[in-house]
Design a protein around this ligand. Structure first.
Ligand code: S3P
Length: 424
């Protein structure tokens, strides 16, 4: 699929971005563990979320669609040995969190993925789960997991990754003894918040989370808020044109995810928050973004990185239009996402006229540079496809994004939402 984009005059309007991907995965997985039926309203309908749902179904959970936007999760009363491999598609969250869930179950399962997921590092989850007692073959997909009796560990993860942390905590729910995981910087804490709301025995102290097994997990009702990582593309579109005015409804503003709001403010964009509330331990608000005349350069580094890791591609687009030099450091994780996001992003944006120096852990972007429309390959990466589309809004001529079908993994209605708010 190809996406075609032309220069816009700005953004005006209101959007409810798609529901949060991380929270939908967790609502399905934790619903499958609960001691009763849970209700999930407005789950994300995307390929990644569907992969998690199909795998849990193969393992014995049941998802009953009770209305167009509500699913009742019937937990796995008994975990079934699946007939064949469990396909995680493009979804790293599905593979890594499922590895944690399966590690403690006396099953023999194989997790597979598409070409991109099969290249991504899995040793980071396999290693701690092996230390807990699971038998795992493979450090990349396919991963064969023979789970069983686990014991708690005290583990320091080398990278700040919610996927690693969550896999260990999910395994720890059934391990013998206490499991403790410490990360080098705070990554998103959705698993901890949801488990706490369900009554798990969990202690979060600084960068260390401890889980004690044995608690009955209460079922829940959860209205999944909108995904700040998907909203990010629309926010940057608004930030790129002075006078733009964008309202984003029901967005998850968990502080472990809101790094983009600090960066937008540093860049001089007006960001306001309204109707702040809490849903199953997760803060949610409406956000108001107003584009200003001048975009200031910004720095993304250190502890800020995990709070906006998925938003860096589109923030790099913003940096191409900032008045000065922007720096992105400490973000080597970008090289092992759905694509090598440092090289592929720089390749695409340079072809459009951007000035970018790449480094092993980031990039230096000098702006402002006029961009021109070209044909770009999104490298099968949904966030690159959408970032290039946003770059196309300020480029001269037409930008053609090839391989844009990948947006279906997280934001199937991206083009529709973008055209709804973009002024011609
Ligand atoms: C996710 C965590 C992040 C993020 C990914 C979703 C999650 O990955 O990039 O899109 O749902 O836990 P890492 O935790 O591996 O950095």
């Amino acid at each position: 699929m190809v996406m075609r984009v032309r220069r816009f005059a700005g953004v005006e309007g209101q959007v409810r971005p798609p529901s949060d991907k991380s929270l939908t995965h967790r609502a399905y997985m934790l619903g499958a563990l609960a001691n009763g039926q849970s209700r999930v309203r407005s789950p994300l309908e995307s390929e990644d979320a569907h992969a998690t749902r199909s795998i849990l179904t193969a393992l014995g959970a049941r998802f009953e669609q009770v209305s167009s936007n509500e699913v009742v999760v019937h937990p796995c009363a008994e975990w079934h040995q699946p007939d064949g491999p469990l396909d995680c598609g493009n979804s790293g969250t599905t593979m890594r969190l499922m590895a944690g869930l399966l590690a403690a179950r006396p099953l023999d399962c194989t997790l597979t993925g598409d070409a991109s997921l099969s290249r991504r590092p899995m040793k980071r989850v396999a290693e701690p789960l092996r230390l807990m007692g699971a038998q795992i073959d493979g450090d990349t997909a396919p991963l064969r997991i023979r789970g069983g009796h686990l014991h708690g560990i005290d583990y320091a993860t080398p990278v700040a990754s919610a996927q690693i942390k969550s896999a260990i905590l999910l395994a720890g729910l059934l391990a013998e003894g206490v499991t403790r995981v410490t990360e080098p910087a705070q990554s998103r804490d959705h698993t901890e918040r949801m488990l706490t709301a369900m009554g798990a025995i969990l202690i979060c102290e600084g960068l260390t989370t401890t889980v004690q097994p044995g608690a009955q997990l209460k079922p829940f009702e959860f209205e999944v808020p909108a995904d700040i990582s998907s909203a990010a593309f629309l926010m940057v579109a608004a930030a790129l044109a002075p006078g733009s005015h964008l309202e984003l409804l029901d967005v998850s503003i968990n502080p472990t995810r809101t790094g983009i709001l600090s960066v937008l403010r540093e860049a001089g964009v007006l960001v306001a928050q309204d109707r702040t509330r809490e849903v199953l331990g997760e803060p949610v608000a409406d956000l108001l973004i107003q584009g200003q005349e001048l975009i200031r350069p910004f720095t993304i580094a250190g502890d800020l990185v995990p709070t906006l890791i998925d938003e860096i591609p589109v923030l790099a687009v913003l940096a191409t239009q900032a008045e000065g030099v922007s720096h992105i450091r400490d973000a080597a994780e970008l090289r092992v996402k759905e694509s090598d996001r440092i090289d592929k992003l720089a390749e695409g944006l340079r072809a459009m006229g951007a000035e970018i120096e790449t480094h092993p852990d980031g990039m230096i972007i000098s702006g402002p540079t006029p961009l021109r429309g070209v044909t770009i390959d999104a490298a099968g990466d949904h966030r690159l496809a959408m970032a290039f589309a946003v770059a196309g809004l300020v480029a001269e001529g037409e930008t053609v994004i090839e391989g844009a079908e990948s947006v279906a993994t997280s934001y199937p209605d991206f083009e529709r939402d973008l055209w709804r708010i973009c002024l011609a």
